[in-house]
Write a protein that binds this ligand. Structure first.
Ligand code: SF4
Ligand code: ZN
Length: 710
């Protein structure tokens, strides 16, 4: 019987031969200078780039990359080299896949095969990874023993919020059972061939480059990062061939344990290569091997509840009922009550239940959550309320969008058939509010109302509350509060990054407002959000305070000593990597270009989002580039030091529409300009600096007459 060493080297050789053949095949048709790179990434062939620092983007360079793989697949220093050879195997696998993208080809249509994940998608994982909403990743390779078992293991991981990648025959098993797949539901079908496993490694190593700011080519640094910070694991069903063994060695080298039912005494590696004969035990064995502890909230509902279902879409034809706030009365509200007025875990339905409506009906729906607690503050009502969206969306077969009285909820036929009824909204909200806000909510009761008249009354009353809250929010400015907050949640991946969250500058992920930070501090006083008293003003123009500098120095553990809150040029705030938008200066127009993660096209900077995003991150300051949240775009503190929002010269069209009203209002307030947003260019107007300046001149954009930025 072959030893583990022999099998790894044999598998490496096989993968190398496949890569060589793939390169030879495309070389028949394409010359060496043909583009050969993955789309929407600033990291070339990420596996190879991370390990070697080689910026491969043409077929000729791919050939050089292949030569590097060959060099690493040496048998000379046997014990050490199986892991290096394993990594080279993953890189060779990546080359096979890269060849499919030659000359801008799009080899996968995402239904179901996904292929390469973009940088935007990797960045999207930032927040859920740091909050523990995604506690880890798993790659399932195989067909499983049966389609039923395949679905079972996928669901089991999904309900534990583990992000699942599928490689091989298990894809068809899962798809044939009608399971929804895709990045949004955190179940990604990579490919039928083993080499598609390189896409998963690509996500892991880019996390190291993006969030950890590890230098490309820092071979040991990358492996240390993935080992310490990326909770990934591999489950491989028997029979496991030599190439899988070789890739497994690569996985182990990155710190990812491999669990398999392919029993072979020759090839156990303690804690890393684990034989588990009982495939039904894969999940438990894997979580234990990677040391993943789960926070479980038990919710008594007839369907699954997991973050994986947050991105699920329910089409019109699949829906049982719909609550649509744009057509009928709907509202969601959290009310602070006296403890005597709240009966804990009381869930009441007023009006008909879901089975009393005809299929496809638009129903009125009010969801009222009354809370009481000694430390509860009315300011936290909106913080809790905004979480409804995510809580309700996490129910399998239920979709939720919007907030307040502009919500839309769809309940699918399958959830309904499984027994999902109105009171289950209450069970979910009760369980989540009680577990996530336990420090402030002692008692919680939920009332679900479907009676149209009552919903109407509640909506009118709620709107008064919303108006009051909006007034309060407007009055919250950096000047009117006495304290800011830190957020260091992203340090799990970006060890020296600190966000300073102020009323007019939310965290760059877009998920943490000043009120959120305040609530987080209250919930967990020694947690990620610490109070920064606003003392020792140094410079109001750039937004510098002694206390802010001290906080940044303390929480970055000395990596950073000075930060200005309102400048992009002078000691700007650092970025971790999960920012919603990136802004960069555009010298010809004397302004800045902002692009959001979802926009994949070119910008007048000659860079895409991914390329701009790669200019900053990992908790370092990069004057001229800054990651930020969408809401910050219309803030009066946006680039205040450099003249404010008047510097914005280009935005993707979709983003422009999202920020239009608020940004117009800000420009009107600051400069008296009407309809400022119409002066900003977008991709339908230009994607190059010359046409940009031409457009700005035509509309008389204010940036042209501001002081030079550089
Ligand atoms: Fe990360 Fe900053 Fe968002 Fe906190 S506010 S989660 S540190 S990006
Ligand atoms: Zn982050």
């Amino acid at each position: 019987m072959a030893t583990l060493f022999e099998r790894v080297f044999k598998g490496s050789d096989e993968m190398y031969a496949k890569a060589e053949a793939a390169v030879a095949e495309v070389s028949k048709e394409y010359s060496d200078d043909t583009t050969c790179v993955f789309p929407d990434t600033a990291y070339y062939l990420p596996c190879l780039y991370s390990m070697t620092g080689k910026k491969i983007n043409t077929l000729g360079m791919v050939k050089e990359g292949l030569a590097w793989c060959k060099e690493q697949m040496t048998r000379e220093k046997r014990t050490h080299d199986i892991f290096t050879s394993g990594i080279a195997t993953a890189c060779a696998a990546e080359i096979i896949e890269a060849c499919k993208y030659i000359d801008g080809k799009q080899p996968y249509d995402k239904s179901p095969l996904w292929g390469h994940c973009t940088d935007g998608e990797v960045r999207e994982l930032g927040v859920p990874l740091v909050t523990g909403d995604i506690p880890g990743f798993v790659v399932l390779i195989g067909p499983a023993p049966s389609a039923e078992e395949a679905v079972e293991i996928v669901k089991s991981y999904q309900t534990k919020n583990i992000f699942v990648f599928l490689v091989g025959g298990i894809i068809d098993q899962v798809v044939s059972k009608g399971v929804k797949t895709g990045f949004g539901v955190r179940l990604v079908c990579e490919g039928y061939d083993l080499w598609s496993v390189s896409y998963v490694i690509s996500v892991a190593v880019r996390a190291a480059l993006i969030f950890g700011a590890i230098t490309p080519g820092d071979y040991d640094g990358i492996r240390k990062y993935t080992f310490e910070r990326i909770n990934a694991m591999v489950n491989a069903y028997e029979p496991v061939d030599d190439m899988t063994v070789a890739c497994g060695a690569g996985a182990i080298s990155y710190g990812f344990p491999v669990v398999t039912n392919d029993d072979n005494d020759m090839w156990r590696v303690p804690r890393s290569l684990i034989v588990q004969k009982d495939t039904k035990q894969f999940v438990e064995t894997s979580l234990e091997a990677r040391g993943i502890k789960l926070k479980i909230t038990n919710i008594d509902i007839p369907v699954n509840f997991a973050n994986a279902f947050e991105g699920e879409i329910i089409r019109r034809g699949d829906m049982q009922i719909e609550a649509d706030g744009s057509r009928v009365d709907c509202v969601e509200l959290v009310r602070t009550k006296d403890a005597s007025e709240v009966e804990d875990h009381k869930i009441e339905l007023i009006g008909p239940d879901l089975d009393e409506f005809e299929v496809g009906k638009k129903i009125c729906l009010a969801t009222i959550v009354d809370v009481a607690g000694r430390k509860m503050q009315p300011d936290f009502e909106s913080v809790i309320e905004r979480k409804f969206h995510s809580y309700i969306n996490c129910i399998e077969g239920v979709m939720h969008t919007g907030q307040r009285d502009m919500i839309r909820i769809r309940v699918s036929k399958s959830a309904f058939e499984a027994g999902f009824r109105a009171k289950h909204f209450g069970e979910v909200l009760y369980a989540k509010v009680k577990s996530e806000f336990d420090a402030v909510v002692d008692k919680c009761q939920v009332t679900i109302v479907t009676d149209p008249e009552k919903v109407h009354e509640l909506r009118v009353a709620a709107n008064e509350t919303f108006d009051k809250r909006d007034e309060r929010l407007l009055s919250l400015t950096d000047e009117t509060v006495d304290e800011f907050y830190t957020c260091v949640m992203c340090q799990a991946f970006s060890p020296s990054h600190v966000c300073i969250v102020t009323p007019e500058r939310l965290g760059l992920c877009g998920a943490v407002s000043w009120l959120d930070a305040r609530a987080t501090h209250e919930l967990d006083p020694s947690g990620p959000c610490q109070v920064v008293p606003k003392t020792g003003v140094i410079d109001e123009r750039t937004g510098r305070w002694e206390s802010v500098n001290a906080a940044v120095e303390k929480y970055s553990r000395g990596a950073l000593s000075s930060v200005s809150l309102y400048s992009i040029m002078e000691d700007p705030m650092t970025s971790c990597g999960c920012f919603e938008c990136i802004c960069g200066i555009e010298p010809m127009s004397n302004g800045v270009v902002i692009v959001n993660r979802e926009h994949i096209g070119m910008t007048p900077l000659g860079m895409t989002f991914s390329e701009m995003a790669s200019m900053t991150g990992g908790g370092v300051q990069t004057p001229g580039f800054m990651g930020h949240g969408k809401h910050f775009i219309s803030s009066k503190k946006f680039m205040k030091a450099e003249g404010g929002v008047a510097r914005i010269v280009w935005l993707p069209k979709a983003l422009k529409e999202q920020v239009r009203d608020q940004l117009n209002a800000t420009a009107k307030d600051l400069y008296g300009i009407d309809n400022f947003v119409d002066m900003i260019a977008d991709e339908t107007i230009c994607e190059d600096p010359e046409s940009l300046v031409e457009f700005l001149t035509k509309v008389g954009h204010p940036a042209l007459s501001l002081d030079p930025l550089m």
